[in-house]
Design a binder for this molecule. Structure first.
Ligand SMILES: CC/C=C\C/C=C\CCCC/C=C/C(=O)SCCNC(=O)CCNC(=O)[C@H](O)C(C)(C)COP(=O)(O)OP(=O)(O)OC[C@H]1O[C@@H](n2cnc3c(N)ncnc32)[C@H](O)[C@@H]1OP(=O)(O)O
Length: 303
């Protein structure tokens, strides 16, 4: 509810995909300049910026929340607002999600939202995570993840909700649902999303061992669809997008719905119980202790 309220308030306050400003009142301008301005629009919030090209119907969402694009409540709220606005704009048919930060696509859920927080805060946070997944997994747009850095846990989930994943081929980057390494458990809908992509057995091993895969390994098991050099990432994403957009929209959307609806329905039917499960699990002393140890390990690794 809090997320929905925040969405309503922010939507009312901020103009999204701000109307391209015509410079014609300042005198004569080149027609192509005006056309280009009319065809592109930009929206920026503190953690997300969106470039929308009306001539292609494709928006690029840049995650820009240093240091690691962790999915905090604020980040998720902004993310969902941006997504909802794009979804409502009938001229927007495709979305590419990428990171503006070097080396990291997204570090996954913000651990600080789960550590030392009240049950109420944890509950609100979890609802925002559910909302992000639901919106992306059932989006009518073609969604492409352009993964230009590491993408553990919630970052991997975000990528998995897209229709197509392209990752930069850099062996320093990794991707996977590594929750068990933190002493926590990926919920059933994280598991379902991965199993829908790479199959049951690979998911079983990957989740149990908290596997993080290099781009080449991820390609091998089908966790990503393509790996490319960094400089080719966006052009490859645009090519993939064009291929998906060439399919008649209603046929593509119905097919996506047919493939994903059982997973979405399962999650939505258990949504409340899932929040309760999360809150009771994450606030346990033993789990809090595991998160503390993991946070310390992250800090030590840095030192
Ligand atoms: C029965 C079950 C019922 C219900 C379900 C219950 C449970 C729970 C399910 C929860 C599902 C959880 C999903 C998640 O996403 S958990 C998050 C997992 N993420 C990670 O493990 C990633 C950790 N981070 C890293 O590995 C690296 O940071 C990364 C991304 C490779 C980048 O490396 P680098 O560029 O070197 O950056 P640093 O490591 O130096 O990090 C910089 C800075 O950021 C802090 N940080 C990193 N990741 C996170 C994070 N996820 N959340 C919060 N903060 C993060 C890090 O500590 C550094 O902080 P500093 O203050 O030292 O600058």
């Amino acid at each position: 509810m809090a997320l929905r309220a925040a969405l309503r308030t922010k939507c009312a306050l901020s103009g999204f995909l701000s109307q391209p400003s015509s410079s014609s009142r300042h005198g004569r301008v080149c027609a192509s300049t005006v056309l280009a301005a009319q065809q592109r629009s930009n929206s920026t919030s503190s953690k997300i910026s969106v470039d929308f090209d009306q001539s292609t119907g494709v928006a690029v969402m840049h995650m820009k929340s240093p240091p690691v694009n962790s999915l905090s409540l604020d980040f998720l709220t902004e993310f969902c607002i941006s997504l909802e606005k794009l979804e409502m704009d009938k001229s927007c048919r495709g979305l590419i999600i990428t990171s503006s930060l070097p080396k990291v696509f997204s570090a996954g859920l913000d651990i600080l939202e789960m550590y030392g927080k009240s049950p109420e805060s944890c509950g609100e946070f979890w609802k925002a995570v559910q909302e992000m997944w639901l919106k992306l997994y059932s989006s009518n747009m073609v969604t492409v993840a352009a993964i230009n850095g590491s993408s553990p846990a919630g970052g991997c989930l975000m990528s998995l909700t897209c229709d197509y994943r392209i990752m930069v081929d850099n062996p320093r980057y990794s991707i996977g649902l590594n929750e068990t390494q933190l002493g926590i458990v990926a919920p059933f809908w994280f598991k379902d999303t991965m199993a829908n992509t790479v199959g049951h057995r690979i998911t079983e091993m990957a989740l149990a061992l908290g596997m993080l895969y290099s781009p080449a390994e991820a390609l091998k098991i089908g966790l990503v669809d393509q790996i490319v050099p960094e400089e080719k990432l966006m052009s490859t994403a645009e090519q993939a997008m064009a291929k998906w957009l060439a399919i008649p929209a209603h046929a593509r959307q119905l097919t996506k719905s047919m493939m994903r609806k059982p997973t979405v329905d399962r999650m939505t039917s258990k949504r409340e119980a899932d929040v309760q499960n999360f809150v009771s699990f994450i606030t346990k002393d033993a789990i809090q202790n595991s998160l503390r140890v993991y946070l310390e390990m992250l800090k030590k690794r840095k030192a």
